[in-house]
Ligand binder design. Sequence first.
Ligand code: ADP
Ligand code: MG
Length: 241
Amino acid sequence: MKMKPSLSIRQLTKQFDSNLVLKGIDLEVAAGRFVVLLGPSGCGKSTLLRTIAGISDPSSGGIWLKDRRIDAMPPEQRNFGLVFQTYALFPHMSVEKNVAFGLEMRRVNKRDIAHRVAAALELVGLADYAKRLPKQLSGGQQQRVALARAIVIEPDVLLFDEPLSNLDAKLRDTLRDDLRALQQKLGVTSIYVTHDQSEAMALGDEIVVMKNGEIVERGTPIDLYRRPAYRFTAEFLGMTN
Ligand code: ADP
Ligand code: MG
């Protein structure tokens, strides 16, 4: 397996008018690690992820992929796979066309596209669904297509923004376990955003706790559970009353 690069975010800020939404974020994600970014609604998680993806520009600070500074690069050059809360599939395109789209944009040749799309659909468990349209799939299956679309480009980094929050509980657990297994298999450096504590505990190599545009704590799930250094984390994880 090719070693994936680490991701470094340094002193990142984002301001919307007078509203400072990210207040100087420092975050290191080691190569191949799965970091969960946990925090309540409105604390700036999506803004941070969108900035890392390049969909939104930072007000100041920088982002590095290993030694390469990327924060001025357009999003399509970053080679990041994105899986968001809404699947955002093209409704008129078949599953395989949806997954192939990013490769066609990158002018990969047709033969390779066919191979890679088939391999990605196999990995997410949708090999038999290639010819279907998104509307013929369940929400969980559509999110699997979105996952296939994210991994088919062989991304350096995977970014997840509450990818399970639109699914019912049963589907959520299965997809959660499957996407984690897949991430481990591929060894892709990943950031996974959620406001759900149990999801964070189940998924993260490390959990980074965010509050009000700042990172207030970080540790392994066990670390945070045993000794939250910061009162907010204890409260947020429901360990005080
Ligand atoms: P989270 O994902 O943690 O729920 P967000 O990153 O979506 O939080 O939002 C953080 C804050 O930034 C909120 O106060 C939100 O209103 C504000 N915000 C997000 N996007 C924009 C935008 N495009 N313009 C103005 N304010 C925004
Ligand atoms: Mg959000």
